[in-house]
Design a protein around this ligand. Structure first.
Ligand code: DAH
Length: 342
């Protein structure tokens, strides 16, 4: 027994393991159920009582030496595995961070703004929660106008002289600008607007507009026509034509509705333009003298034009999106389609 213990001690001292499997083999061979050391412990039962003490100590020392060696080998293996593991390759490129894409409405709004910035227009913004004066009163809406009805407008606090409401158009920003800014004024006002409307393929209760305003001495209808034509060409392509149809808005006189030649059929008539060759894109007009006066601008000295367009509508025409609700559902398969348009 003594000789066997000596032999095993020597063997243990020289043990080596290249891989985890070697280590497991060593452990089973020495300490497993039928391992050499386990077997020696079984033989120990037959040792005479006088020798038990001596062999007991030797066997325990052997077992400890084996366990210690196995631990050392395991630690060494783990260390080398950490350095050369195939699952970690420091030369590989890092994981790509998935970025979202810009929303088509933001892309369109930015494009509209950047076109007008090129023409010298500055950016102006106003609050979404407004008062009746800035949305209706100063803009020459008569008191009984249907837009002032609960059916069309979301009121925050409906009572009193000047009710608080969610703005129904960004024309309210022109009022704020005229009240504050010195003339001449040349601004575009992008923003979110709210109307109490049933949601459908063509209408939503929340949407976006860009308003434009130019006030100076001697501004004429011809100036407006030229500004809008240049915008349409930049937005929809050089071949684009515009036409104006007489219309009515309380805050402009005269007022017009602007159509652009259909960019799908080139004006021949298709199902997008419903066979007319034209697509409606905005309302516009010469700022009513009543509006200028309400905002503290002398209407005898100054004149100006204003226009307002729906961003969703422009985006639908530009990309031929048939249902406005797509813009609000945030389905990434839809939103990703605009990735390259940035
Ligand atoms: N505020 C109008 C609307 O929401 C759009 C508009 C029409 C704005 C004519 C204007 C304008 O400035 O001159 O439908």
């Amino acid at each position: 027994m003594n000789a066997k213990i000596e032999q095993l001690l020597e063997e243990i001292a020289g043990l080596k393991a290249q891989k985890a499997q070697d280590l497991e083999e060593i452990r089973t061979r020495l300490l497993g159920k039928k391992g050499d050391i386990t077997r020696l412990f079984e033989d120990f039962r037959t040792v005479s009582p006088e020798q038990k003490r001596e062999f007991g100590q030797k066997l325990n020392a052997l077992k400890q030496a084996a366990s210690q060696k196995i631990e050392e080998l395991r630690a060494a293996l783990e260390e080398t595995a950490g350095a050369t593991s195939s699952s970690f390759d420091p030369t590989k490129p890092g994981d790509v961070q998935e970025l979202g894409t810009r929303h088509p409405i933001s892309i369109t709004r930015e494009e509209i703004i950047s076109i007008f910035k090129k023409f010298g227009y500055a950016l102006a913004e106003g609050p979404e929660i407004e008062d009746d004066w800035h949305v209706f009163g100063a803009l020459n809406f008569p008191p009984e106008h249907p837009a002032r009805d609960m059916q069309d407008t979301f009121f925050v606090s409906p009572g009193g002289e000047n009710p608080i409401l969610l703005r129904t158009h960004t024309s309210s920003v022109q009022v704020r600008a005229m009240e504050k800014m010195p003339v001449p004024i040349r601004i575009v006002c992008p923003g979110r607007v709210f109307r109490n409307e049933a949601i459908s393929a063509r209408a939503h209760c929340i949407f976006h507009q860009v308003e434009g305003l130019y006030i100076d001495k001697g501004v004429s209808f011809a100036d407006m026509k030229q500004a809008i034509l240049l915008f349409a060409k930049e937005m929809f392509g050089e071949q684009t034509q515009i036409r104006m149809r007489p219309s009515y808005f309380p805050f402009t006189e005269p007022s017009a509705e602007v159509d652009v030649s259909c960019n799908i059929c080139g004006g021949k008539g298709c199902n997008i333009c419903k066979g007319t060759g034209w697509l409606e894109i905005m309302g516009c007009g010469m700022v009513d003298p009543n509006v200028l006066e309400a905002c503290g601008i002398d209407s005898k000295e100054y004149s100006g034009f204003a226009f307002g367009m729906g961003v969703e509508r422009i985006a639908m025409l530009k990309w031929q999106v048939k249902d406005l609700r797509h813009y609000f559902e945030n389905d990434v398969r839809f939103l990703r389609e605009f990735e390259t348009s940035m």
